[in-house]
Design a binder for this molecule. Sequence first.
Ligand SMILES: Nc1ncnc2c1ncn2[C@@H]1O[C@H](COP(=O)(O)OP(=O)(O)OP(=O)(O)O)[C@@H](O)[C@H]1O
Length: 469
Amino acid sequence: MAEKIDWSKYVQEQDTALTTEVEKIDIKEEKKKDEPNKESAADEASPAEVSLLTKIIRKGLVSNKNDLEIQRQNPNSPLHSVKTFEALNLNPNLLKGIYDMGFNAPSKIQETALPTLLAVPSQNLIAQSQSGTGKTAAFVLAMLSKVDSTKKYPQVLCLSPTYELAIQTGEVAAHMAKFCPEIEMKYAVRGEEVPRGSKLTEHIIIGTPGKVMDWALKFRVFDLKKIIVFVLDEADVMIAQQGHQDQCIRIHKELGPACQMMFFSATYENDVMEFAQAIVKNPIIIRLKREEESLDNIQQYYVMCPTQDHKYKALTNIYGTVGVGQAIIFCHTRKTANWLAEKMSRDGHAVAVLTGDLTVEQRINVLDRFRGGQEKVLITTNVLSRGIDIEQVTIVVNFDLPVDQNGRADCDTYLHRIGRTGRFGKHGIAINLIDSSTKHICKSIEEHFNRKINFLNAEDCDEIEKIAA
Ligand SMILES: Nc1ncnc2c1ncn2[C@@H]1O[C@H](COP(=O)(O)OP(=O)(O)OP(=O)(O)O)[C@@H](O)[C@H]1O
């Protein structure tokens, strides 16, 4: 008979080993600047909130103009891309599900990642691609393809950082598996309970780390050793965020050596990527090349405004003249955002405001209304800087330029703020309201991206009309 393992001892040992490894790699728990802050500080969201809001705000596929960079540690790994879903030799009922979702051809990340995800023998993957480029659909398709429905136990495990994202992924899976009723799924999220002593018979588990850990390690309702596919969605958040990190790593440690790893994220900080590579054996790595090109369709301007009131006047002038589409206005603090929202509302504009004051539910509500066009102007802070993917947004205004904790130009945030308008070859306009004390920041941004930011006279309606044409 096989020797009985003392799991609690085993888990403890693994934890200690892992903690040492994590410390060695020096993953920051969460950056201080991401913490909810005092009134005067910049308003930032946690990565988990950002990813949730990003998903909520976005509709439809974002076409990725940037190249993906592929690295592989094992040169013998097969690498090819596919231009059609048929070329993947999928179960015909899955293919039917894909077409039923309205997908005609794979997106860039799908054409690159799917052959690796579906390869036999299985191949580990760490993939990065921007939000909305089809990552979820890619790993869901791989999850469904790998299931052996004749075996009545969990074989695929997908971890998401939040309840909402787990449900969203489950909904994608349910739609894709519409014509494969034999594949069964189970959510391991809050509110879902399983009787102690029972064994799960579903093939796929989609859940949050805490619940999955309870089910797998405390109640033992399924066996992590039998999982053949392990998906870490929002891997960046999962690895870098305290709480999630410990749980994911514990779960990961329990998986069998042959389990296929699929790590997906829109962003990977370097230390997180380093850590991912330390725990995923021989992965193929698909990384996004830097987004420099995303400024191509966006005309950038600056307007000189000596005071806050001048900024306000410039803003209403520009918006009143351009008038079409929707606008997002970024402020540095919640206080400015609320002040501006109040002033614009008083002047009869339909504005929405989204700051870190609101609960996640309230933010979703605000975004839903904005996406539905109920408000034309959304005033926000950095809480939303990485989540702008609303097609009808034609103007992004930096009421305050993004700066880092040291008051220097925050070029990454600038790119995130303005880089989501002007998609699909459409023109987008970015307007920066500056004064003599922030002119140098505008200059730094201009130099960083090597893209001209032109002067705009906000009192000259003809000129404004010209830029909007
Ligand atoms: N091949 C495709 N053809 C058409 N639409 C697609 C395709 N793949 C995905 N989509 C759609 O594009 C949208 C974005 O896809 P998906 O949610 O998979 O992106 P994502 O990269 O996972 O985004 P995020 O990082 O926000 O999770 C969804 O509405 C999805 O239904």
